[in-house]
Write a protein that binds this ligand. Structure first.
Ligand SMILES: O=C(CO)[C@H](O)[C@H](O)COP(=O)(O)O
Length: 220
């Protein structure tokens, strides 16, 4: 099976978690896109969706799925999204698609975070994938210095502007021994909007697709 087929298999498995007549939280990226396409087939059984990016909103709208503003939503039973890396405790690195801030906001409201991944995303220790950090533009250099002081090697993702009008620094070479602590520490740097560690609120359920099938792993 190709990596794309595995992504699609994980996304299809996530459709079973969609609650009838609910509003669904929807992530961003190529795996989430397969989920959106599946959601399109069952659009008459949901009220609509909250999107974590303009790109996902566009794809949802293309399927005729009603879009809700998160401010108008009080109940979001499920959020479905991919990840760049996920460890044994279901902590993740996200933000490869630069949508980390909205993803974290929508996920924070959701009752259950269902992560959909192909097996290549599973790691013993987070950090081989450079950690995305969303930064207010005028603070780029000072945040980069602070990240260097933490032992990382920040690289500006030049040309990329987030849906919120901000910049992304990708931090290489971090030793992530304490994902929860590091998530908080980086968020304390003035000028950081948020970082791509999803450890304080990791996934509740992982649907991991490998050639042998899709494995369900629940957080302890
Ligand atoms: O965090 C994300 C976007 O900001 C994505 O979930 C992550 O990059 C995984 O993407 P893909 O499903 O394309 O591999």
């Amino acid at each position: 099976m190709t990596q794309d087929e595995l992504k699609q298999a994980a996304a299809e498995a996530a459709l079973a978690f969609v609650v009838e007549d609910s509003i669904v939280g929807v992530g961003t990226g190529s795996t989430a896109n397969y989920f959106i396409d599946g959601l399109g087939r069952m659009k008459d059984r949901i009220r609509g969706a909250v999107a974590s990016s303009d790109a996902s909103a566009q794809r949802l709208a293309g399927h005729g799925i009603a879009l809700f503003d998160l401010n108008d939503v009080t109940e979001l039973p499920v959020y479905v999204d991919g990840a760049d890396e996920i460890d044994g405790s279901l902590a993740m690195i996200k933000g490869g698609g630069a949508a980390l801030t909205r993803e974290k906001i929508v996920a924070a409201v959701a009752g259950r975070f269902v992560c959909i991944c192909d097996a290549s995303k599973r790691v013993a220790t987070l950090g081989r994938f450079p950690l995305p950090v969303e930064v207010i533009p005028m603070a780029r250099a000072q945040v980069a210095r602070a990240l260097t002081a933490l032992g990382g090697r920040p690289v500006w993702r030049e040309g990329v502007v987030t849906d919120n009008g901000n910049l992304i620094l990708d931090v290489h070479d971090l030793s992530i021994t304490d994902p929860v602590g590091l998530e908080s520490e980086i968020n304390q740097i003035v000028g950081v909007v948020t970082n791509g560690l999803f450890a304080r609120r990791g996934a509740d359920t992982l649907l991991l697709a490998a050639p042998g099938g899709v494995q369900r792993i629940d957080a302890a």
